[in-house]
Design a protein around this ligand. Structure first.
Ligand code: TPP
Ligand code: MG
Length: 335
């Protein structure tokens, strides 16, 4: 599949509406998080998902709620796609006790065992073996679930990827590896760290089915993941997708992104998944201008509420410092 591939499937009105709403929810959440950071309501690291929304939207429509996901620290969008509420996510960014992990994880570490979201990870590439292990547990327990294990182009250069790929193929583990290739690892382009910039080819060394996917459209992401998930659920072992996407903002909020040109950013913004999907809704008669306005104002209201909720919530009591740090033996996920 080439990066500019057009989708072959036609999608219905509801699918487009769902994609649009989710991508817009993520976009607005991230924009508001950035502005809250500017007001020092949020501190520490903040890595935004703006530009990459189509990956999560396409993915969530192609997998099941029972499937597990584990990813890196650029994860607010992925968590929201999984169904974590914007309230609990915003409260987590604010470090409040009502946050997704009671204010103890912050921007990089949302988590919900209930939603099968095994979190963001701050250690680059650490989630690759973790996701392989989660998928192994699914095989061991003879479920039909897979684990989507997501990582960046920079993480793809960690040695743990090779150990995981080899083991996953050797044991035919139900894992879908997704590299969200947004072109940069901090300020370093893929071309500066990689002789071959086709990251998907890393899978072929292990005879793992491996493809490159256009990540600026939910349609192409959906199609690629649907095909990969069918393969995995049929017991044929792991699959690797390099999904090419782009982050509009710098690596984190402290990065002015001077290592790339304005033209490059503009080129991607022309393919902006939120705008393009909005246009498709209008062109196909799936939504009117008034419908779009209504969706936008509902999402704005939701994000306003999330901020209010985060502001009104309390910081965790210092007595809670040592609670919830380790999993108890009777934790539901383990039984
Ligand atoms: C093991 C490890 N090495 C280095 C770092 C510092 N670091 C943080 S993010 C990052 C770049 C990762 O880039 P990529 O995997 O492409 O993810 P993206 O930020 O583009 O989503 C690096 C090197 C780290 N957190 N962990
Ligand atoms: Mg990257």
């Amino acid at each position: 599949m080439s990066q500019t591939a057009k989708s072959k499937t036609s999608f219905d009105k509801q699918t487009y509406l769902d994609w649009y709403e989710l991508m817009l929810r993520i976009r607005r959440f991230e924009e508001r998080a950035l502005s809250m950071y500017g007001q020092q309501k949020i501190r520490g690291f903040l890595h935004l998902y703006i530009g990459q929304e189509a990956v999560t939207a396409g993915m969530e429509s192609a997998i099941r709620r029972e499937d597990a996901i584990v990813t890196a620290y650029r994860q607010h969008g992925t968590a929201i796609g999984r169904g974590l509420t914007t309230k609990e996510c915003m409260a987590e960014l604010f470090g409040k006790e009502t946050g997704a992990v009671k204010g103890k994880g912050g921007s990089m570490h949302f988590f919900s065992a209930e939603k099968r979201y095994f979190g963001g990870n701050g250690i680059v590439g650490a989630q690759i073996p973790i996701g392989t292990g989660i998928a192994f547990a699914e095989k061991y327990r003879k479920t039909d679930n897979l684990c989507v294990t997501m990582f960046g182009d920079g993480a793809a250069r960690q040695g743990a990827l090779h150990e995981s790929f080899n083991m996953a193929m050797n044991w035919q583990i139900p894992v879908l590896y997704i590299c969200e290739n947004n072109g940069y690892a901090m300020g370093t382009s893929v071309g500066r760290t990689s002789f071959s910039t086709d990251i998907y080819k890393l899978g072929t060394a292990y005879d793992m089915p491996s493809e490159v996917v256009d990540g600026m459209q939910p349609e192409t992401v959906y199609e690629a993941i649907t095909k990969a998930a069918e393969h995995i659920r049929a017991g044929k072992g792991p699959y690797f997708l390099e999904i090419r996407t782009y982050r509009y903002k710098g690596h984190s909020v402290s990065d002015p992104a001077k290592y790339r040109t304005k033209e490059e950013v503009m080129e991607y913004k022309e393919k902006d998944p939120v705008k393009v999907t909005e246009q498709k809704l209008l062109d196909r008669g799936y939504a009117t201008e008034a419908d779009i306005k209504e969706i936008k104002s509902a999402i704005k209201a939701e994000i306003d509420e999330a901020v209010k909720f985060a502001e009104a919530s309390k910081f965790p009591d210092p007595s809670q410092l040592y609670t919830d740090n380790y999993v108890e033996d009777d934790y539901p996920f383990l039984t």
